[in-house]
Design a protein. Structure first.
Length: 95
């Protein structure tokens, strides 16, 4: 399935998987709103950081998939992307 073990592949997958998780959260629970209205609603009620944290569960699944196939560099990329999202969440909580 994953033939190359590169940091950048894991990093890009680690950035895209939470976005997919965020979209699934939106489609599953709030599909009557537009995506921009949903995003603005989350900002207004101060829940954006919580929803992003929830969408990071997709990175957990991705991490274990890379682990199963022995792709250490890809795992490191997923962890780096998760830390990047983590810093963004801390920023949202502080400001």
């Amino acid at each position: 399935m994953f033939k190359q073990d590169k940091f950048i592949i894991g990093f890009l997958c680690g950035l895209l998987a939470p976005l997919l998780g965020f979209c699934l959260y939106y489609v599953g629970l709030f599909n009557e709103m537009s995506l921009t209205a949903f995003y603005n609603h989350l900002i207004q009620i101060n829940r954006l950081a919580a929803v992003i944290s929830l969408s990071l569960l997709a990175n957990l699944a991705l991490f274990f998939i890379f682990d199963k196939y022995g792709r250490l560099r890809c795992q490191q990329g997923v962890i780096a992307a998760t830390f990047l999202f983590g810093f963004y969440i801390v920023y949202l909580k502080m400001f």
